[in-house]
Ligand binder design. Structure first.
Ligand code: SF4
Length: 466
């Protein structure tokens, strides 16, 4: 266990009034030691708190806080889990963490499989390490929704995909969660030749048969980087992507007729791979799976042209759904959402719509395919798309979230100075790219823009109406 450390105190808050300061370590609250942010929130909800504080690593004092019950304490702590993250005991062939280049910060290699991070950040869990005690806590504390990796409902296929024999049985916990009324969103990562075709059909039949209470199921393609060492893992062919899209559409009809809702959705990436147009935005409702790559293109379009906005703007995850952990020198990890804070405050775009310089939108190949027709509709000859191929990760990695400084620097080196270069914030974590560089290291200044249509519209000025 590591004591939660204060990283910010809200001015005028109860914490500020009693003199809590950044750097304080909270050893206990009313005699209890919180294991994670969930317990922390419950403890600080009380009106009267006796907070045991360690300051400067030495001095320990007891601070009495008197506030209204339910009033926020006004303290932000550095991490979501104060005990150890539950790491996964699977060895999936398609795991992107195994496909990372060496030498990145250690936290990126952490394979978490912790239901608490699923609840807090939307990370997917396979439930292979889930226990009866976990179920009790989920139910008693109302930790809903949760996000579960299904991949296949056939026990043998699932165990093979996870390379873990517990994969064959751990979906019994999914059944138990649904029995207790927990909202669960499922995910199927499709690996061609492994769980597509008849297996995907069987999986979606299994969902209908055994897990029909699932809130949704997203079907996403595997990512393959140039560091992949698994012989069976390869990108989809166009025909395979078409087959997945058709399969999902067929099952949407079945689910609609049986359950009255579509239930299963293919990731936007599949429509790009299959060279199909995206479904109408109405298909996605209020975009509940936006952060899983479902309906992003349609949401972006609606936001850019001001015809609609996502109801759920809250970011709760990242492009490989992990947690950022400082593992240095300690067996206990400090956690924060992998993509919780993207750009730092001073990097965020200061929008200057009166600026007349030509605008270049830096984006990855998938982003370019989505954005190019939208920008054409804007009727803005001063705005162009600059596609940045991902040579750093290679393989089929083509999403903007995995853009790194090395590739951006290579592309910007050939671009003219004096233009505005807009960069989506999704490729930054705490102000840094995955390769450890920062926007300030790039050869030309860039403006960091939140990766949604409304923010791009604002960045382009008021003339985006097309
Ligand atoms: S893909 Fe997820 S469950 Fe599989 S090995 Fe990687 S972290 Fe674990």
């Amino acid at each position: 266990m590591s004591a939660p450390r204060v990283v910010a105190v809200a001015p005028g808050s109860p914490a500020a009034r009693v003199g809590l300061v950044e750097g304080d370590e909270i050893l206990s609250i009313n005699g209890e030691v919180p294991r994670d942010l969930l317990e922390w929130r419950q403890l600080v909800d009380d009106g009267t708190l006796a907070v045991e504080v360690r300051r400067g690593g030495l001095l320990e004092t007891l601070v009495d806080v008197d506030k209204r019950a339910g009033e926020p304490l006004g303290v932000e702590v550095q991490s979501a889990l104060f005990d150890k993250v539950r790491t996964c005991d699977n060895h999936c062939e398609f795991c992107f963490i195994y496909q990372l280049p060496p030498g990145l910060r250690r936290s990126l290699y952490l394979k978490d499989d912790d239901y608490r991070l699923s609840f807090l950040y939307g990370n997917f869990t396979t439930l292979t390490r889930f226990t009866e005690a976990d179920l009790e806590r989920v139910v008693s504390e109302g930790l809903s929704p949760l996000y579960v990796s299904i991949h296949a409902t056939d026990p043998q296929v699932r165990a093979e995909m996870l390379r873990n024999r517990r994969g064959a049985t751990s979906l019994r916990w999914l059944r138990a969660l649904l029995d207790h009324g927990v909202e669960v969103h499922g995910q199927v990562v499709v690996c061609p030749g492994v769980n597509d075709g008849a297996i995907l059909d069987d999986t979606l039949a299994g969902v209908l048969d055994r897990y029909a209470e699932l809130a949704s199921v997203c079907v996403v393609p595997l990512g393959v980087s140039r560091f992949n060492t698994e012989a069976r893992m390869r990108p989809h062919t166009t025909a395979e992507a078409v087959a997945v899209v058709d399969c999902v559409h067929d099952w949407q009809e079945v689910f609609s007729s049986v359950l009255g809702r579509r239930m299963v959705f293919a990731a936007d990436e599949y429509y790009l791979l299959a060279d199909r147009s995206f479904p109408d935005s109405a298909v996605y409702g209020d975009f509940p799976m936006y952060e899983d790559g479902i309906g992003m293109a349609r949401a972006f379009e609606a936001e850019l042209f001001g015809t609609g906005f996502r109801a759920t703007a809250e970011d709760r995850g990242g492009f490989f759904r992990s947690a950022d952990a400082d593992l240095s020198g300690s067996s206990d990890a400090e956690y924060e959402p992998y993509r919780g804070v993207r750009a730092t405050g001073d990097q965020l775009l200061r929008i200057g719509p009166r600026r007349r310089a030509p605008v270049a939108i830096l984006t990855a190949p998938y982003g370019a395919r989505v954005l190019r027709p939208l920008v054409e509709r804007l009727g803005r000859p001063d705005v162009r798309i600059v596609t940045v191929d991902n040579l750093y990760f290679g393989g089929n990695v083509a999403v903007s979230g995995l853009l790194v400084g090395a590739d951006l620097a290579r592309v910007l080196a050939d671009e003219p100075p004096g233009h505005r270069y807009l960069l989506p914030d999704v490729c930054l974590t705490q102000g840094r790219f995955l390769d450890g560089t920062a926007p300030g290291d790039l050869p030309l200044p860039v403006e960091i823009v939140p990766a949604d249509g409304r923010s791009l519209r604002a960045a382009l000025g008021s003339r985006a109406g097309g």
